[in-house]
Design a protein around this ligand. Structure first.
Ligand code: AMP
Length: 462
């Protein structure tokens, strides 16, 4: 039995058995390092990114502690976004499926408040939510945390970046002092340290070393000569490996735009994502990429923070990042626990010092590999599977995903499986449909009514 075996942990038998039915054969590094302390009831700070298996690390911890018979809120998980909260709740439900009657409730902003009150009245063991909405429920007295024994802050750095500091403090104030607190974060800016000091007791630090990233993410480095060759190298790698969704990271806004323009010129489905674009253009780029209507995003690090994608097929570093931490953060967006992602990094002679620093950081000697042969330049660029349609109506017009789905799939409509992600903004909404169904979808939405009126619909051009 190796020490990555879940059966080394003193988990309840039914939790353990379920793990093997989920196909979790061995612990991921973050689980291996954090679970013993979590199960021992200690406060833990862990460096965990999406894909590391962090949800199962805290999920198992809170399920192990849970007393099903005591129908009170015993655990609270706070996440920066609704998408993440939904993912976390889903994973906890999967982990809990061998235990009867566990109630997991999500409380997120951006959805009506009323129904949440109803759900809370029915009771829950575990709440997963975003700070703003959870705080609102506490303020209104619709949520009580007197019997909480486990508090989890997931992606704590992003919650602070998004301005949730006050909400977090207010929530912590409403929880019992005697509780276990877990904090997960991809980065550790001083603000995280200070919040950890305030709300945690003798926390254990778990840092999955950078070398680990190599074992789940295939990292490949390529040496290139000059501007022309860098761009060609990028094309060769994309055309050879054909990732369905990939992000190309650039160090400057100008470069991001230039590379996106150039890829577009040679036929790729690509958009730029950087701070010089208008907010609406950025939203559209993110929406299109998330719904697989665009295959490639060429982004700067700052702009890519808005990217809510759990796993990319590939990440390309057009230049090596100036800071090894940034490099690790970038490549951490590819590959999930259990499946391999790839990261390609291009560097020139001039960047040698950065390569050395990175090599030192990830504890390996970086050598350039051979690029794919020129002949792949003849391959057709990858075509996205979906297209995005924009509807001129959103939350303010009371449009909900169900209205759009209903209008698309109703009589003589398209099939449900041809409909992808639906995202609703204040005054407009986006729906992804399969490329093959675009015409039919435009017709159906254009001619039909939602909420008793018709809306203008158009295809968003990538
Ligand atoms: P997370 O980092 O929590 O978003 O998890 C990433 C993915 O890895 C999720 O789809 C989990 O279901 C999966 N996962 C978590 N732990 C394991 C494990 N020990 N073995 C295999 N897959 C896992």
């Amino acid at each position: 039995m190796s020490n990555t075996d879940f059966s080394n942990l003193k988990l309840h038998a039914d939790l353990l058995k379920n793990l093997s039915t989920l196909g979790y054969e061995s612990m991921t590094p973050i689980q291996e390092q954090s679970l013993p302390s979590i199960l021992a009831g200690k406060d833990v700070i862990a460096q965990g990114k999406t894909g590391s298996g962090k949800t199962a690390a805290f999920g198992l911890g809170l399920l192990q502690r849970l007393e099903v018979k005591r129908f009170r809120v015993q655990s609270l998980v706070l996440c920066p976004t609704r998408e993440l909260a939904d993912q976390v709740a889903k994973e906890i439900r999967r982990l809990a499926r061998s235990i009867h009657n566990i109630k997991v409730l999500t409380l997120c902003g951006g959805v009506p408040f009323g129904p949440q009150i109803g759900s809370l009245e029915h009771g829950a063991h575990i709440i997963v939510g975003t700070p703003g909405r959870v705080e609102e429920h506490l303020r209104k007295g619709t949520l009580k945390l007197d019997e909480l024994n486990m508090l989890v802050l997931d992606e704590a750095d992003r919650m602070l970046e998004m301005g949730f500091q006050t909400a977090l403090d207010a929530i912590v104030d409403e929880t019992p002092k005697k509780r276990q607190t877990l904090l997960f974060s991809a980065t550790f800016p001083p603000k995280i340290e200070s919040i950890a000091k305030r709300i945690m007791v003798k926390p254990m630090m778990v840092q999955v070393t950078a070398t680990h990233d190599d074992s789940t993410i295939g990292q490949h480095f390529f040496k290139v000569a000059d501007y022309e060759q860098r761009l060609e190298a990028l094309r060769l790698l994309l055309l050879q490996h054909r990732p369905e969704s990939s992000v190309v990271f650039c160090n400057t806004k100008r470069e991001a735009q230039a590379v996106a323009d150039e890829l577009h010129r040679v036929g790729f489905s690509v958009l730029a994502l950087h701070g010089d674009l208008e907010q609406r253009e950025r939203d559209q780029a993110l929406v299109q990429f998330a719904s697989k209507s665009v295959s490639i995003l060429v982004a700067t690090d700052v702009a890519a923070r808005g990217l809510d994608i759990d796993a990319l097929d590939a990440v390309v570093n057009y230049h090596i990042a100036n800071d090894p931490d940034v490099h690790i953060h970038r490549i951490g967006r590819t590959g999930r626990a259990g499946s391999k992602g790839v990261a390609f990094s291009l560097f020139s002679d001039k960047e040698h010092y950065k390569v050395e620093m990175l090599g030192h950081f990830i504890d390996r000697t970086i050598v350039g590999e051979t690029l794919p042969p020129q002949s792949v330049l003849g391959n057709e660029p990858m075509a996205p599977e979906m297209a995005t349609l924009q509807i001129d109506g959103g939350k303010k017009q009371k449009l909900r995903p169900g209205d759009i789905l209903g209008a698309l799939t109703g009589k003589q409509g398209i099939e449900g499986k041809q409909v992808g992600k639906i995202q609703i903004f204040d005054n407009w909404a986006y729906v992804a449909v399969s490329q093959k169904a675009v015409k039919a979808a435009l017709k159906k939405l254009g001619e039909g009514k939602m909420k008793g009126r018709s809306f203008r619909v158009r295809r968003v051009n990538a």
